[in-house]
Design a protein around this ligand. Sequence first.
Ligand SMILES: C[S@@+](CC[C@H](N)C(=O)[O-])C[C@H]1O[C@@H](n2cnc3c(N)ncnc32)[C@H](O)[C@@H]1O
Length: 329
Amino acid sequence: MAEDEQRLLCEAATNGDTEKVQTLIASGADVSYFDHDGFTPLMLAAKHGHADVVKTLLDAGAPWNALSPTNLSAGDFAMDSGHQDAFDILLNTGIQAELILGTIARKENKIGDLDGDYLEDRVSFSEDKLMDANSKAVMMAWEKPLMEAHAKAICSRGGHILNIGFGMGLVDTAIQQYSPATHTIVEAHPEVYERMRLSGWTEKENVKVVFGKWQDVVHQLDSYDGIFFDTYGEYYEDLREFHQHLPSLLKPEGIYSFFNGLCGGNAFFHVVYCQLVSLELESLGYSTQLIPLPVKDCLGEEVWEGVKHKYWQLDTYYLPVCESLEESE
Ligand SMILES: C[S@@+](CC[C@H](N)C(=O)[O-])C[C@H]1O[C@@H](n2cnc3c(N)ncnc32)[C@H](O)[C@@H]1O
């Protein structure tokens, strides 16, 4: 009987029959049910563009972020099929959920999600990547064009530049091309720092290397015309925490950017997080422009050989360029 009810709910969601969906929900049908193909009623409604049904299901507690067997969410189905109304409802729900509940959930995850303390483990360098002790990539050479674009953005006002996280030094090499007045680099991993020292970064005339976690050294820093943030083994909460320091770190006319790998494995979740971070920066007084850069061509399957976690799977990278709202008006 219950199985029948769920099947009818999926059918009504597919057909856009809002009344039937409401009746079935009222009689106890499970809105988080997965059918035999691994789809929820919400995915089916989104896929067919039935915005009313999408809303009804969400109001009844259907999970907006459930994933199909191919890792697609209801929002991905709405987006891929071009159903703007259903997409907007799902996007709004995702943002609200992450704004309110996300902080709590992310804090709880913080205890068990990462593989140990990255900063205390060994790293290994090769020509095209920097890997952690769990064969996860800290940084990869395919990102070079992105790092060059980030450097161009944050150096556009000249002056004093700050970069958090050296990695393979791609962004810092690009920053040096703009001959900044000063170029401060914060790096916390002892082996990465040692490599910087051996390759002469600590001796460069306009470069100041600060060894330590940004959280521990932030109060030693100055104010800058351009800032880039790209760490590893941290959470969205850490990025948010860094943003709290922007008003004192970034000069009023300065440019801020960060590596935008937020939810890089799912197109819809990425949109949710791009919006979320933009809203959070706005509340601190910054506008965020997201510049689309195609990355499909530099990301063949062979790039990921030997890498445990494919942290980026999307065709377009959205490079954030943030500046004070007063300046951008
Ligand atoms: C993704 S890599 C940066 C890549 C760099 N943008 C490039 O162009 O090569 C991240 C770097 O941040 C460093 N890191 C991680 N946590 C940090 C923290 N809390 N403070 C400072 N650096 C940190 C890592 O050791 C690593 O070198």
